[in-house]
Design a protein around this ligand. Structure first.
Ligand code: PNS
Length: 169
């Protein structure tokens, strides 16, 4: 059997990243240490109403990940599995923070497996100190005047300050 051991492995880490958090960056660090190449793929067509445009989300990710030579930031449209095949990836990386993430992630992983059985979804856990951090909560807390220091990079806080009318910042 061909083990494929010498083939470089490309993994895709897809998501909304609206905006990137330190939890995402923790996961990017872990995944970039495991795989030869990691493509962080910003979803283009979201039913959600993003705060930042895809270009802004990409810029923030690029700023946050410039140190990692094997990390590429990209935008994808349509089915993730079509994109992953086009990128010649063999792994999808997703983060699981708590049991509550599991059900949604399992559904997506199994649907994706049905669409592309040759691709494997791998779940990584961020550091426990980020287990409660999500882009949604970061935006909510910031908008209501709470501190999000340590949960996102400082330049993301600066971008939020420029974008969001807040109580108390
Ligand atoms: O960060 P998110 O919002 O949880 O990421 C969800 C994302 C973008 C990974 C997911 O919605 C996705 O893959 N969308 C692309 C469209 C697609 O392939 N849908 C079928 C997934 S089973």
């Amino acid at each position: 059997m061909d083990s494929g051991a010498s083939r470089p492995v490309t993994a895709i880490y897809p998501g909304s990243f609206d905006p990137v958090t330190n939890g995402h960056l923790d996961l990017i660090t872990r995944a970039s240490n495991i795989f030869d190449k990691l493509v962080v793929a910003v979803a283009h067509n979201l039913e959600k109403d993003p705060l930042f445009t895809e270009k802004e989300r990409v810029e923030m990710l690029e700023t946050a990940t410039f140190k990692w030579v094997n990390v590429e930031i990209d935008i994808f449209d349509g089915l993730l599995m079509d994109y992953a095949r086009a990128k010649k990836a063999s792994v999808i990386v997703r983060g699981i923070r708590a049991v509550s993430d599991y059900e949604y992630e399992l559904q997506m992983a199994l649907m994706n497996r049905r669409l592309a059985p040759e691709l494997e979804t791998i779940f990584l856990m961020p550091d426990g100190k980020y287990s409660f951090v999500s882009s949604r909560l970061v935006k909510e807390v910031f908008t209501l005047g709470g501190s999000i220091e340590g949960l996102v990079p400082q330049f993301v806080i600066d971008r939020l300050k420029a974008r969001v009318p807040t109580n108390g910042h």
